[in-house]
Design a protein around this ligand. Structure first.
Ligand code: ATP
Ligand code: MG
Length: 394
């Protein structure tokens, strides 16, 4: 068994010694079968949250109503969740309340795809009632049970199918795919935040290009924020090679193919509920891309953009023009490293100095002068010393 699982095996043993069943489940089991590194281990058990708490010394309540307790074992946090069903789905969403059960099979049955419905016991044996191991070997995404029903219960699963298609490069089984085409409209019932989380993962998967194509082919795009009227623009993505872009760069690419104004961009990012800081950065990056499409970075623009945004804008330039940039990332890094200052606070002059030197009352002129000094220092017209700045100004 994988080392990461081995380290967590005592948790399963402790639960079993106390008379309960316990297994590794979910994405970590799937990823270990794929030979991938695994990050978060999820454990499912027949013990209730209260029972889990009596067995382990160090636990944290995170979502008791969903049956999840974090167990801290040798400094590592593990999510331990009571077997549960979600028998009552309301409004095409997972319910806010769940029912605890004592049967593993029923717990596996409520999971979305066969590849995610495998349990692994402490001896390394799989409990795999839905053929998940074979699905992983065949690289197939298939719902547990009838796809239409499963997507009707919880429409988010449709987004999850596409994000796994992108992330894992698995094919979507035909009935599951057909159901994506017929059940898409149910996505309108799902909170944007949940859709965003899956869409973000889709955007950075290896297979992102095919997954985005599926979004239009299945019609799911019709039920995602601010995308329904953008079929032609979404299809334009086909001609670009964007598999290496970061998440923020992917959002900028979308904004670019949508040919939006600044207000349009902001509204689009808001409709997806992107956090304010992220949205702001994406917007700025869009502007630096506009800049890069007409000019190379020089000292001033590199200083204003910052190293990361300049490199990102440059990479997007390459994707959009389909040409290798004549400004390499390492050149931008080197040029940035040689800037005399990288922030206005590094200037060796203050507003007070100016008031003193010019013997004038404070006013908007100070910012204007500081802007001029900043530019002159960045372009090395003057040295960043009080003396040189004073000479240059007076
Ligand atoms: P990742 O590696 O990206 O975390 P994951 O498969 O672990 O992928 P999670 O969202 O962490 O995905 O969910 C953990 C497990 O919970 C899944 O493997 C699946 O068994 C189950 N699950 C998650 N979301 C749903 C859902 N909407 N419907 C049914 N089962 C789900
Ligand atoms: Mg997970």
């Amino acid at each position: 068994m994988n080392m990461t699982f081995q380290k967590a095996t005592p948790i399963l043993q402790n639960l079993e010694q106390a008379g309960y069943e316990a297994y590794f489940v979910g994405g970590s089991v799937r990823d270990s079968i794929l030979g991938k590194d695994i990050a978060d281990i999820d454990i499912a058990t027949s013990a209730t949250p209260e029972e889990i708490k009596t067995i382990f010394d160090r636990t944290i309540d995170v979502g008791i109503e969903h049956g999840t307790i974090i167990v801290l074992y040798e400094g590592v946090p593990y999510e331990v969740t009571t077997f549960r069903t979600e028998s009552e789905y309301v409004d095409y969403r997972r319910p806010s309340e769940v029912q605890f059960i004592r049967s593993l099979d029923e717990d596996l049955q409520r999971r979305d795809f066969t590849m995610n419905a495998i349990a692994l016991n402490k001896d390394g044996r799989f409990i795999d009632p839905y053929g998940g191991v074979q699905a992983i070997k065949d690289k197939i995404i298939q719902t547990v049970g009838k796809a239409e029903e499963r997507f009707t219960e919880d429409a988010l699963r449709m987004m999850r199918a596409l994000r796994f298609h992108s992330q894992l490069q698995f094919e979507i089984e035909i009935h599951t795919y057909e159901a994506l085409k017929t059940k898409g409209s149910l996505l309108t019932h799902i909170a944007v935040e949940r859709k965003l989380a899956e869409f973000n993962k889709l955007l950075i998967g290896r297979n992102r290009k095919r997954a985005l194509k599926c979004l239009t082919e299945t019609g799911l795009y019709l039920y995602l924020p601010d995308l329904s009227s953008r079929l032609d623009q979404l299809l334009k993505l086909e001609k670009y090679d964007y598999t290496e872009l970061s998440l923020e760069e992917m959002w900028v690419l979308l904004l670019q193919v949508f040919e939006m104004t600044e207000d349009g961009r902001k509204a689009f990012l808001r409709s997806w509920r992107l956090p304010g800081k992220k949205a702001k950065y994406i917007n700025q990056l869009s502007e630096w891309l506009e800049y890069r499409l007409t000019a190379k970075f020089n000292h001033i623009s590199l200083y204003q953009a910052g190293e990361q945004a300049a490199i990102s804008a440059n990479r997007l330039y390459e994707v959009i023009t389909g040409q290798k940039s004549d400004q390499q990332a390492y050149e931008l890094t080197a040029a940035y490293g040689q800037l005399p200052i990288t922030d206005r606070s590094h200037l060796n002059v203050s507003g007070n100095d100016l008031i003193h030197w010019f013997n004038l009352p404070a006013g908007p002129w100070i910012k204007e002068e500081l802007d001029r000094v900043e530019k002159a220092v960045v372009t090395r017209e003057i040295e960043n010393t009080k003396h040189a700045i004073r000479e240059w100004l007076l």
